[in-house]
Write a new protein. Sequence first.
Length: 89
Amino acid sequence: MALGAQQRDVLRVVVRQGGRLVGLGILLGLSASFVLARFIGSQFWGVSVTDPFTYVAIAFIVVVTGLIACLLPARKASKVDPLVALRYE
């Protein structure tokens, strides 16, 4: 912001970077869960190991939690006065 960025630009950059990490985590997690599903399939009762509702629900919860975790610090960072931040560093 000290170099001319607007608050929405700071928010967009932080949320985009966090969203990429969340997306990568979901892709890796879903891939690992499909691979490991047959090894832990005997531990589940009443639910198939490839239940699509469960995978979608967990992915949704992770996305919402991840974006909230990115948005809250981004909002706080966008409200900091640039001169105060530069003096602190």
